[in-house]
Design a protein around this ligand. Sequence first.
Ligand code: SF4
Ligand code: SF4
Length: 208
Amino acid sequence: MRHKAILYNSITMSSNDINAFRLRLPRDERKHSWLPLLLDCYALIDFSVAQAIEQAEKSEKKLACHKGCAACCSQVIPLSTLECLGIKFYVQNILDPQHQAALHEKLNGPLATCLFNFAGCCAVYPLRPIACRRYLVCSRPCAKGEVPAVTRPADSLEPSREYLQQAIELTLPFYKEQNIPFKDNERGFEFYKRQNVQLSSAYANIIM
Ligand code: SF4
Ligand code: SF4
C-alpha cells in the first residue's frame, strides 16, 4: 500500500516515541478493523503536537491551553467519517451511562458550544478529532469567539504539516474498504478536506 510505505519509511526513527502516545484498546481493536488505523493516526498527531509544544517552550513561549479552558469548543470543528465513527464508538462503548444520558438531554436543547463539552472538559477526549488535537495557543487563553490564527498568529502553534499528512494517510485503508476513492498522488490532507464534515452536523448520528 503506497501510503503506508511512505509513512513507515519516514517515521521509523521516531516510532518508539510515537508509540508512547498510542491509546491501546486490544479487544476493541480486534473487533473493529478501522480502530487501529484511527488510533495510529491520533498517536502521530499527538506526537507532532508534543513536538510543537517542546519547540514553543524552547522559544520561551508558554502554552495557554489547559483543562477547563474551552472557548475553542464553540468553533466549527471539521472531522472525517472515520473520526465520527471513533467518537460514536467511544460514546457507545466507553463513556459512562451518566454522560451518555446527558448527551441525549443536551441534544434536545439549544447548544452554545460543542455537545461533548462538559464544563470545559471534553467527554470524548481520547477520541477527539484531529482539529481539536492540533489547536494550540500560547501566551494567554482565547477570548470568547477569538480565532487566534487571525488575531495573533504568532501565538498559534503549528504542529508539523508533514506528520498531519502522514497521520491522515494511515487512515486511507478504511476509505478504500468503504469504496470511497482517493486520487493517485493525493496527499492525506487534500483527501481529508474533500470528504470532511462539521462535527455539529454529526451529533445525532454519533449519539443515536
Ligand atoms: S485553544 Fe484557546 S480556548 Fe482552546 S484550550 Fe487553548 S487557549 Fe483555551
Ligand atoms: S470534541 Fe471535545 S475538544 Fe473537540 S470541540 Fe468538542 S468538546 Fe471540544
